[in-house]
Design a protein around this ligand. Structure first.
Ligand code: ADP
Ligand code: MG
Length: 475
């Protein structure tokens, strides 16, 4: 058999494959194309300059050993960097720092001589000369641990966050998933971890990004044909923070790519921090393999803060804003606004604004008016108890019957409807709905929701039940 670039490279690959992790092989060697063999020089084509640098930094030894085995002591490796579509767009997270004297290219130092013919590569994700470029963290310094007041509602999540910040990638909290309802501090805490890491480990690359933006970038990269660069960009991050991962629901392409990025980071001891409005068991339309990864680390819940915590959050905020407010007014606001921290802050901000616009003193009466507006505007959540009452009234049965273990069809249906509406109208988790409606588990609730969905599209009578009860619950 004649010796060609392909056969030489295939033999190298066999050797390499036996000696490195499968995932690394897949990521870094499968995309390479052998192009040319002249004398003792093998030319291989790599997808980007970043790719070339990565190979040089991590795999030059194994490349040398394998190529020398095939071509003898004089073996040479020539990289050809494939020009991908280059875009003049501004680079979203990258910022060039004046290059140091140190040569960014290791090409002169390596034993396998290189012949790098790369023109300047520009695209949103590839970072030429990775050592000389900083990635903007996108962190908000105001969202610090110092400003994140501790209480029973957040103690676990907060201390897990602190642990992660002092040893990113080095604790069993990887990934750290912070979950909880709106306005409870997920974004704040996620930033605080990043800010603290940047403080303690300035050399680490930290990146905060919302799942929504991540998805958008991914879609763009597919359009522009630089999906690989997108992946490589994320694979060099030391601490990746993705906010609101529930946004990935149903987006299989993005989930896929995130799965690979996640695996790569995790395998390399990098830290991943995620936030979500639901616990992993309650996430819908997220691939099972991704969900199971989420459960590898720690899921910590942020709950609604108790009265004391609400008071201290308010006091801290007022102190930082330099506003003096009598304790009884602070307590009045804290007592009446319980849903979440964002609303609590909103109420206090409009109280301050009102008083300064109208040059009025902040009085308890003013507080009463403003709090009332806030409470009115935030639609009161129907409770699961109320839903059970409405549904059982509608079917003229009592709540005990609705909750009973019977398998009689009309009772099962009533129960399933109650579960369906609890899911639809409250923020309760599937597990919590199940435990309140006849002590069932979350799978039963999920099944109930699906059954109701199905029946209401196929069964006229059933659709009428759904419409009637919806009306009763909406008034
Ligand atoms: P989420 O991302 O969960 O919707 P955010 O992180 O945006 O919530 O928080 C909403 C607001 O409440 C932010 O202004 C945040 O600073 C504030 N906040 C939440 N929890 C706390 C806390 N424990 N201490 C101080 N401020 C908090
Ligand atoms: Mg948020």
């Amino acid at each position: 058999m004649s010796v060609t670039a392909q056969t030489v490279w295939n033999s190298c690959l066999e050797f390499i494959k036996d000696n490195i992790q499968p995932q690394a092989y897949k990521t870094w060697f499968e995309p390479i194309v052998a192009v040319k063999l002249t004398d003792n020089a093998l030319s291989i084509q790599v997808p980007s300059k970043f790719f070339y640098e990565w190979l040089e930094e991590h795999y030059v030894k194994i490349l040398k050993v394998s190529l020398t085995k095939e071509l003898g002591e004089k073996a040479k490796l020539v990289y050809i960097i494939k020009m991908e579509n280059t875009y003049g767009n501004k680079q979203p997270f990258t910022e060039k720092i004046p290059s140091s004297n140190r040569s960014a290219m290791k090409s002169q130092e390596v034993d396998v001589p290189l012949n790098n013919k790369s023109p300047e590569l520009r695209n949103p994700f590839v970072i030429p000369g990775i050592r000389n470029v900083k990635i903007e963290s996108q962190l908000n310094p105001n969202y610090s641990f110092e400003n994140f007041l501790e209480g029973d509602s957040n103690r676990l999540a907060r201390s897990a966050g602190l642990a992660v910040a002092s040893k990113p990638g080095g604790t069993s909290f990887n990934p750290l998933l912070i979950f909880g309802g709106v306005g409870l501090g997920k974004t704040h805490l996620a930033h605080a971890i990043g800010v603290d890491i940047k403080d303690k480990y300035p050399e680490k690359t930290v990146l905060y990004i919302s799942a929504e933006k991540f998805t958008q970038q991914y879609i763009d990269s597919v359009k522009k044909n630089n999906r690989n660069d997108f992946i490589h960009f994320y694979q060099i991050i030391d601490v990746l923070i993705i906010d609101d991962v529930q946004f990935l629901s149903g987006k299989t392409g993005t989930q896929d790519v995130f799965f690979h990025i996640f695996n790569h980071l995790h395998q390399n001891g990098k830290q991943v921090i995620l936030t979500s409005d639901k616990a992993p068991v309650d996430m819908q339309d997220i691939e099972q393999r991704l969900l199971s990864r989420f459960k590898w680390g720690l899921s910590a819940e942020l709950q609604t803060p108790d009265f004391e915590t609400r008071v201290s959050i308010l006091k801290n905020k007022l102190y930082r804003d330099g506003v003096d407010m009598p304790d009884d007014i602070i307590e009045y606001v804290a007592k009446n606004i319980k849903s979440n921290v964002r609303e609590l802050e909103g109420a206090i901000i409009s109280l301050i604004a009102q008083s300064s616009f109208n040059k009025k003193e902040i009085t308890i009466d003013l507080a009463r008016i403003i709090v009332e507006k806030f409470v009115k505007n935030t639609k009161r959540e129907v409770s699961i108890d109320y839903i059970q009452k409405v549904v059982s009234d509608y079917f003229q049965m009592d709540i005990d019957t609705l909750q009973s273990k019977t398998r009689k069809r009309h009772i099962v249906q009533a129960r399933q409807l109650a579960m369906f509406f609890a899911k639809k109208f409250t923020k309760a988790s599937l597990a919590s709905i199940g435990s309140q409606i006849g002590k069932r588990d979350h799978a039963t609730v999920l099944h109930a929701c699906k059954t109701v969905d199905n029946l209401s599209t196929t069964d006229k009578q059933f659709r009428k039940y759904v419409e009637d009860i919806t009306k009763k619950l909406s008034v």
